[in-house]
Design a protein around this ligand. Structure first.
Ligand SMILES: C[S@@+](CC[C@H](N)C(=O)[O-])C[C@H]1O[C@@H](n2cnc3c(N)ncnc32)[C@H](O)[C@@H]1O
Length: 305
């Protein structure tokens, strides 16, 4: 795979193209987060990876993309699990906060038959998410916009439900994030989070798949997450750890590699190239040490809050 573009090049490209939200031009964390996720040639890398899998990039399927476009711990396994927790129905309009390459949104849209709007800080991800969605014929159900989760470009009470998978680790002000999500939910709207929390173990090492350094990583404990959600006007319906599932998934992936097969989840390698090996090693170590704790939460908008 070709090397990453230098950070400065990514930033100047984003400034010139005018595709970054205003905050990303002026605040270091947002610019660094975008630089961490941006490559510049992601589409070409994805096509090369698909060809190596024996898949024609011109004849895509949701299944063929799943090892690459589900950019969160346990990949498609976690997406399917999240679907089982979502009270979504076909007429609903959902919000995907930090939609990445659009893999979760395409899977949920097909599964539920609903409409989904995805927002993401990284312009390159949004561009590829749109392209893949068009190729799969899902344009009528999905759209993707470059936007900051802390300043959602939507009117109050726009969405029936919202979800976010492995995004809040990049957002320091979680009370503001949850208040902003609550604002755009309709009365009775729900929020499903599949996130990585801070565990009881030692400080994790970086790089991680979501952050090159600790400067752009903001891990909250499960208890802090619950408190922030309740303070923002949500009632918690479910909060559970998926650490055991993550450890089992990691063991299965290592066994597959030992057999000479590809690991089932290849999104980190696709996006991060040379950084991926160190990020995946640190993430497996942090999981084993309980430095990080994957969690799933379901909350509903409290009325009168
Ligand atoms: C680990 S990826 C997860 C992508 C996607 N949710 C998935 O599971 O495939 C984290 C994503 O969060 C996005 N992100 C981080 N901070 C954000 C913010 N403040 N607003 C919107 N998106 C953000 C990044 O650009 C990146 O696409």
């Amino acid at each position: 795979m070709p090397g990453r573009r230098p950070r400065t090049a990514v930033r100047s490209w984003a400034r010139i193209s005018g595709t970054l939200p205003r905050s990303a031009h002026v605040t270091t964390p947002a610019a660094d987060i975008v630089a961490h996720y941006s490559h510049g040639q992601l589409q070409q890398r994805l096509e090369a990876a698909l060809r190596a899998d024996g898949v024609d990039p011109g004849r895509l399927s949701v299944e063929a993309l799943a090892p690459y476009d589900q950019f969160h711990g346990r990949g498609l396994e976690a997406t399917v699990e999240a679907a089982g927790l979502m009270p979504a129905r076909a007429p609903d309009h959902l919000l995907d906060i930090g939609s990445g390459l659009g893999g979760p949104a395409r899977w949920f849209a097909q599964h539920f038959g609903c409409r989904i709007t995805g927002v993401d800080l990284t312009p390159e991800f949004c561009a590829l998410a749109r392209r893949l969605t068009t190729q799969l014929g899902l344009d009528a159900q999905l759209r993707f916009e470059v936007a900051d989760a802390l300043a959602l470009p939507f009117a109050d009470a726009s969405f029936d439900g919202a979800y976010s998978m492995n995004v809040s680790m990049n957002i320091a002000d979680k009370p503001a994030l949850y208040r902003e999500i609550r604002r755009v939910l309709k009365p009775g709207g729900w929020l499903l989070l599949s996130e990585i929390a801070r565990g009881d173990g030692p400080e994790p090492a970086y790089p991680m798949p979501w952050a090159a350094t600790a400067a752009t990583s903001f891990l909250a404990t499960p208890a802090q997450t619950r408190t922030a959600l309740e303070a923002a006007g949500f009632d918690l319906r479910l909060l559970r750890s998926t650490r055991a599932q993550a450890l089992a998934f990691g063991a299965r992936a290592r066994e597959a590699v030992a057999r000479g097969e590809q690991p089932p989840h290849r999104a980190v390698m696709l996006v991060h190239g040379e950084l991926a090996a160190a990020a995946m090693k640190n993430s497996a170590r942090a999981l084993a040490d309980a430095s990080i704790e994957p969690i799933e939460l379901l909350a509903v908008r409290r009325e009168g809050a």
